[in-house]
Design a protein around this ligand. Structure first.
Ligand SMILES: *[C@@H]1O[C@H](CO)[C@@H](O)[C@H](O)[C@H]1NC(C)=O
Ligand SMILES: *[C@@H]1O[C@H](CO)[C@@H](O)[C@H](O)[C@H]1NC(C)=O
Ligand SMILES: *[C@@H]1O[C@H](CO)[C@@H](O)[C@H](O)[C@H]1NC(C)=O
Ligand SMILES: *[C@@H]1O[C@H](CO)[C@@H](O)[C@H](O)[C@H]1NC(C)=O
Length: 483
């Protein structure tokens, strides 16, 4: 009897879920041409980024009910053969268990024996209580990359003594041992840190070490930790909350950045060699997720937004998108550099402009999407304007050695130190409502949303000249949902 009632409830619940959503795209003006965005509704953190049976899978925090709020997180799902042509898949994980009923929070994927293992945080809120929530780690399994089954022995890690903020599992395997990093907060939500756990079987986990911890100045919570070897060193990549702005640094509500160091699998200890460095300098970059691809390259994506922003695309029925996938490399001085993945060539279209360019030269973009490459002298200022009925300026001040992105409106400016090693070189990607700037070899990037009305034109700024300006059209690779 109980089983029948449960089954009926499940069917009713599914019917409700599958039909209740009255969110629909009402306009495609801000909908990306080649970045992954939800078909409708709300998207935040990327999750479970992996390569499985020759396809890339990307999951994400998803509210299918509304574009106005994150709501109760589900895992949305998309797959692609080249990281640009995305196909939306059925919702992967619903908040349907006692331990995840107020959110199937962020996590990662591990591929082994032709099986996809997904790890996530089950969140349960207890309003007006202390602690106000519980977060338990859970696993889900798929053999075909479409149907995803939660493990019946969930949760796999309760973390009772680490509650109530313990989340965002990232899992990998080394030798015969599985490793998991988790974001955590200590002392009543005042000290952020990253915990390392180990397991022999993926289902029972033991705390092995504390990989990193705030000294009091590094925020109250470290979210979305990732930990991987790169160029002979180890990178602890995470998203701290609670950093105070300092000069040009930490201007967004929350940050994403990294510490490079050494790691020893025998002691499970991490020895930092650098300070915390922001990975991106734009307005909208958070909650990174990486994968190691079949060619041995580390690929990173991030949520291309920030919490507590205004999201003009909400009016159109969707919120949020994922940044361009980028390769990560480590320089000899322990800095990460980022480069767009090589598959970007799959969407590169015709050349709209190529050659020298003087002040006020303009190029009208096709479909508000383009790749722009600028070469200019090392010892002169340069400015590029991205114009519709609002203007975004990207400029280089050679005397100060600074790059600035000014998107207008409130909180317009993002700026950081940069000096080109040779000539100034920028690679800039524009997509309907976003701008990504890669400076030099990718040692500095800016990722910022902007919301143009009408056709976008680029213009070389006053007192600027480009030795070379090349503008490529970028072709649509994501299907715009039915409106
Ligand atoms: C994968 O297969 C090997 C060999 O049968 C086994 O030892 C290992 O435990 C399997 N991995 C998982 C996650 O089940
Ligand atoms: C934790 O902090 C909150 C707000 O800062 C406070 O109200 C609460 O009493 C604290 N709880 C404990 C156990 O210290
Ligand atoms: C660029 O355009 C502005 C505004 O139209 C004008 O004042 C300026 O003289 C122009 N500069 C050059 C170098 O043509
Ligand atoms: C841009 O255009 C829209 C409508 O086309 C208008 O409402 C808005 O005021 C314009 N913004 C600026 C800065 O001109």
């Amino acid at each position: 009897m109980l089983a029948i009632v449960t089954k009926f409830l499940l069917i009713a619940l599914c019917f409700y879920r599958c039909s209740a959503s009255n969110v629909k795209l009402s306009s495609a003006r801000y909908y990306p041409r080649y970045h992954l965005a939800p078909p409708y509704g709300w998207m935040n953190d990327p999750n479970g980024f992996c390569e499985f049976k020759n396809e890339y899978h990307l999951f994400y925090q998803y509210n299918p009910e509304s574009a106005e709020e994150p709501g109760i997180a589900h895992w949305g799902h998309a797959k692609s053969s080249d990281l640009f042509h995305w196909e939306h898949m059925p919702i992967a994980l619903y908040p349907d268990q006692s331990f995840d009923k107020t959110g199937v929070f962020s996590g990662s994927a591990l591929i082994e024996n032709n099986t996809m293992y997904l790890f996530y945080t089950g969140n349960v809120n207890f309003p007006n209580q202390y602690p106000e929530r519980e977060q338990r780690q859970a696993m889900a399994i798929s053999t075909d990359g479409v149907h995803i089954q939660k493990y019946e022995g969930n949760p796999i890690l309760k973390g009772d003594d680490r509650q109530p903020h313990i989340r965002d599992p990232k899992v990998w395997k080394h030798g015969h041992t599985y490793y998991m990093v988790l974001g955590n907060s200590l002392n009543n939500h005042t000290v952020g840190r990253v915990l390392l756990y180990t397991s022999k079987d993926l289902t029972s986990w033991t705390e092995a070490s504390i990989l990193g911890e705030s000294d009091g100045s590094m925020g109250y919570m470290w979210e979305c930790p990732d930990f991987f070897e790169l160029g002979g060193k180890w990178v602890l990549l995470f998203s701290p909350q609670g950093l105070e702005p300092r000069g040009d640094k930490y201007k967004n509500l929350y940050q994403t950045g990294y510490i490079v160091g050494d790691f020893d699998y025998k002691s499970n200890l991490f020895t930092p060699l650098t300070e915390f460095v922001e990975l991106d300098h734009g307005h909208d970059f958070y909650a990174t997720q990486t994968l190691l691809d079949h060619r041995g390259k580390r690929v990173v994506v991030a949520w291309f937004d920030m919490w507590e922003n205004e999201y003009p695309e909400q009016k159109d029925g969707f919120t949020g998108q994922i940044t361009l996938p980028r390769y990560l490399y480590l320089t000899r001085d322990n800095r990460l550099i980022q480069k767009p993945v090589r598959q970007i060539s799959n969407i590169r279209g015709k050349k709209l402009y190529s050659g020298k360019a003087k002040a006020n030269n303009t190029v009208k973009l096709d479909d508000n999407a383009a790749e722009i490459r600028v070469v200019s002298a090392k010892l002169r200022n340069f400015e590029l304007l991205i114009e519709s009925n609002n203007t975004v300026s990207i400029s280089y001040d050679y005397r100060k050695g600074k790059v600035t992105l000014d998107r207008g409106g409130e909180d317009a400016i993002r700026r950081t130190n940069w000096r080109p090693s040779g000539k100034l070189y920028w690679q800039i990607f524009i997509d309907a409502s976003s701008i990504e700037v890669f400076c030099g070899d990718g040692e500095i990037t800016f990722s910022s949303r902007f919301f143009p009305t009408g056709i976008v034109t680029i213009r070389v700024g006053e007192d600027s000249q480009a030795d070379d300006l090349t503008v490529f059209q970028l072709k649509r690779s994501v299907v715009v949902p039915e409106q």
